[in-house]
Design a binder for this molecule. Structure first.
Ligand code: GLY
Length: 337
């Protein structure tokens, strides 16, 4: 049994198939014109893909440090060598790093070829593979170069999670915890397939409402402003989801410090993040608050001073012009590890 969620973009709807054995839906997502597949993945990722089409497997390296323009160029050279045309398809099999990179390469190869994502990490299933954001990092920031390029379909085969390292599963939990605050839903009462499908539904609705993030889609970045800064400042000692966990509790504390929510709501954030999802909300010792503030000021949302997604009486909102002093004071009040 699988669950299908449609990302209902006008004129370009696509399906996200969630469940055990969902990978069998892959062949139906490939364009009829496809004569070959460029399959972008990493060594060690379970990759049981049977489409009947000639497939060139291209393995990229491991770790956030390979999420660069250099890797995109290497992928493009491989596409050139195999003669990949606009009628063919890129299939990304992996976590968010793979889907972001392969999506970016597909969006620029011959000015855009079809991409299908086969998400193998929880984080990619509930967030990265859905919604068409692609990107690579620069030394000065995460995902600073990227495109919007919607996939033709997404597979979230829960069987892939059986071999996912525990830390990677926890990282996905960081993104799942975020969805509690986007809708107020208690997702912890759902079984895994229903929970992943519900996260996909929430994300799909946000993407359909604001595909290019000119407004409400930015709410999906709840907890991410500090998270991205932490990932960079600690040289990716944190996984993305672990950093989002700290970022969610930080954002709640900042919202309380600016009078938007009360302490009970801050405690609700801590409860979901720490008690429900088993994540750590503590900030590492020894980080330079000025460096974190400088990194947060470079966030893509920060057009007008320090900008955060903050909770408030009417729910989440993008709040601009937060004072660096309020941010430093909130950082100083975070629990330490
Ligand atoms: N990960 C946030 C978004 O896709 O908009």
């Amino acid at each position: 049994m699988t669950t299908t969620v449609t990302v209902d973009l006008p004129g370009r709807p696509y399906d996200v198939v969630v469940g055990s054995g969902a990978v069998t839906a892959l062949a139906s997502m490939l364009p009829a014109s496809s004569r070959r597949i460029a399959l972008v993945t990493q060594d060690g990722i379970p990759c049981d893909i049977a489409t009947g089409l000639p497939t060139e497997v291209i393995a990229i390296g491991q770790g956030e440090t390979v999420k660069t323009m250099t890797t995109v160029e290497a992928l493009a050279e491989r596409f050139a060598a195999m003669g990949l045309t606009r009628g063919d398809v890129v299939v990304a099999v992996g976590g968010g790093m793979v889907t972001d990179l392969a999506g970016f390469a597909a969006s620029t190869w011959h000015r855009g070829v079809t991409v299908v994502h086969v998400a193998t990490s929880l984080l990619a299933m509930v967030d990265a593979a859905i919604g068409g954001k692609t990107g690579v990092n620069l030394a000065s920031g995460k995902n600073l170069v990227g495109t919007f390029w919607q996939p033709a379909g997404v597979i979230c085969d829960l069987d892939a999670l059986a071999t996912l390292p525990a830390r990677e599963l926890r990282s996905g939990n960081g993104e799942m915890a975020k969805y509690h605050f986007l809708t107020g839903d208690d997702l912890t009462v759902l079984d895994l397939e229903a929970r992943v499908a519900r996260c996909v539904e929430i994300k799909a609705a946000a993407v359909v409402a604001d595909e290019r993030e000119s407004g409400s889609r930015a709410l999906l970045n709840y907890g991410h402003t500090l998270a991205h800064a932490l990932e960079i400042a600690t040289h990716h000692e944190f996984t993305h989801g672990e950093a989002v966990a700290v970022g969610l509790v930080f954002a709640a504390r900042l919202a309380a410090a600016t009078g938007r929510i009360d302490e009970a709501r801050v405690e609700e954030h801590r409860r979901v993040v720490v008690d429900e999802y088993g994540l750590d909300d503590r900030l590492p010792d020894g980080l330079d608050p000025d460096e974190l503030v400088a990194l947060m000021a470079r966030d893509k949302k920060a057009i007008d001073g320090l900008t955060f997604v903050l909770d408030g009486p009417g729910g989440l909102d993008v709040v601009r012009g937060i004072s660096p002093d309020a941010v430093r004071a909130t950082l100083a009040g975070m629990r330490r590890r």
